[in-house]
Design a protein around this ligand. Structure first.
Ligand SMILES: [Zn+2]
Length: 88
């Protein structure tokens, strides 16, 4: 699998199923430069993710659950990434 197709695959599955199963915890994406991307940006920035050069910050490398950080923000749009346990 190429970097691009793997990146897109992770982003697409996150847009389709933004909550972890089991548990229903909200998921977000992690890029290869350590940034967090919310599930909305996985959808709206799909093209950038699909055509990532590998060092432009759009390579999605993992899906993650924000367990308890109430201040975790999406590095692209700046919206708060929901947490599994933190209030707010
Ligand atoms: Zn976002």
């Amino acid at each position: 699998m190429t970097t691009q197709s793997k990146s897109l695959c992770l982003a697409d599955s996150l847009s389709r199923a933004p909550f972890a199963w089991p548990g229903g915890y909200p998921l977000h994406a992690i890029t290869n430069d350590g940034a967090a991307l919310c599930r909305h940006c996985c959808k709206t920035e799909r093209l950038s993710i699909a055509t990532t050069t590998g060092n432009d910050g759009w390579t999605v490398v993992a899906q993650a659950i924000n367990w308890e950080d109430p201040d975790l923000l999406c590095d692209h749009c700046g919206s708060r990434i929901e947490s599994a346990y933190a209030e707010g």
